[in-house]
Design a protein around this ligand. Structure first.
Ligand code: NCD
Length: 308
């Protein structure tokens, strides 16, 4: 595999191979010396044209623990803010002999486009509202560790679906691994055309969170992405929480020990109550540490192979 642009690039077997490597990488996290020589002599550039805390830092740590040389470039502070085009910025950076390019960009399709311009392996770390494949991999890895297998398990994905690349990648990944997926959102945050996609891809949609939650084997809450909203998608924060938030009452109606995921950053009190975020069954911080292992595995598969 040369690039990771979409979950569609991976078969179910390829996903499980990444998970097997990630499990080995996970062990490195508990060692005193967290360093493997696998990517010694390779250079990875993280280019983030959108804000990020966990994705950017976990790609950086992942590269460093594999002994790659890692540098970070963000839109603020790069020549992109002087009007340089994405193509020129990318070609400039790659002219320095870069092996891996991890890119986050507000435009859907940016990572795919960049992969056509450069020789380096490109990892999509989030392109607009399109995909975020490493997030979906780390979510599925976390859930598989908890549930044993995803085959036949019912995962509810709830929240701002319209603006969510996490949802789009997760539906592809979870269904590919045999999970039953139901996505839930208010009508205004349900993507247009979802009926056709859900019928073709084999997942379900619902507007009724209270009907879906008690049946779920895992719950994934998504952030309300206010920075991508131009108008009013719901009357007030309070009404959103009452209709679609994982409140304390809804938490009490989940099956016992159902894992609760959230990709972060969370709007506590809006889509998820503090009681749910901090509940014993919450795997939100486990997602972060799994994310590091999964990103190490992805960089390893892309950059350390015989043909890399
Ligand atoms: C997500 C993203 O950026 O798409 N966050 C993340 O990568 N952990 C989800 C979000 O911003 O809500």
């Amino acid at each position: 595999m040369k690039h990771l642009l979409s979950i569609d690039d991976l078969s179910a077997d390829a996903i499980q191979e990444v998970f097997t490597t990630a499990a080995d990488m996970h062990d490195v996290q508990s060692r005193e010396v967290k360093k493997l020589p696998a990517l010694r002599g390779r250079t990875v550039v993280n280019m983030f044209f959108e804000d990020s805390t966990r994705t950017r830092s976990s790609f950086e740590i992942a590269g460093k623990w594999l002994s790659a040389d890692v540098i970070n470039i963000s839109a603020k502070g790069s020549s992109a803010s002087k009007g340089e085009s994405l193509r020129d910025t990318v070609l400039t950076v790659c002219a320095m002999g870069v092996d891996g390019l991890v890119i986050r960009h507000p435009a859907s399709g940016a990572a795919q486009q960049v992969s056509e311009w450069v020789e380096a392996s490109v990892v999509n770390a989030g392109d607009g509202m399109h995909e975020h494949p490493t997030q979906a991999l780390l979510d599925a890895y976390t859930l598989q560790r908890r549930l044993g297998s995803l085959e036949g398990r019912h995962v509810a994905i709830i929240g701002d679906l319209t603006h969510s690349r996490v949802f789009r990648s997760n539906v592809l990944c979870l269904t590919r691994l045999g999970a039953r997926v139901t996505v839930v959102a208010p009508p205004t945050l349900m993507p247009s055309g979802i009926a056709t996609w859900s019928a073709a891809a084999g997942f379900e949609t619902s507007y009724d969170v209270d009907a879906v939650l008690p049946e779920a084997d895992a719950v994934m809450m998504l952030r309300v992405q206010r920075e991508r909203m131009a108008g009013g998608y719901f009357p007030s924060a309070r009404e959103y929480t009452v209709g679609y938030g994982l409140t304390r009452d809804r938490l009490a109606r989940l099956k016992p020990d159902v894992p609760i995921c959230h990709p972060g950053p969370m709007n506590r009190g809006l889509e998820i109550a503090a009681d749910a975020a901090d509940a014993a069954q919450s795997v939100i911080l486990e997602q972060v540490s799994s994310g590091l292992a999964v990103r190490m595995a992805v960089l390893y598969h892309l950059l350390a192979g015989e043909d890399a």
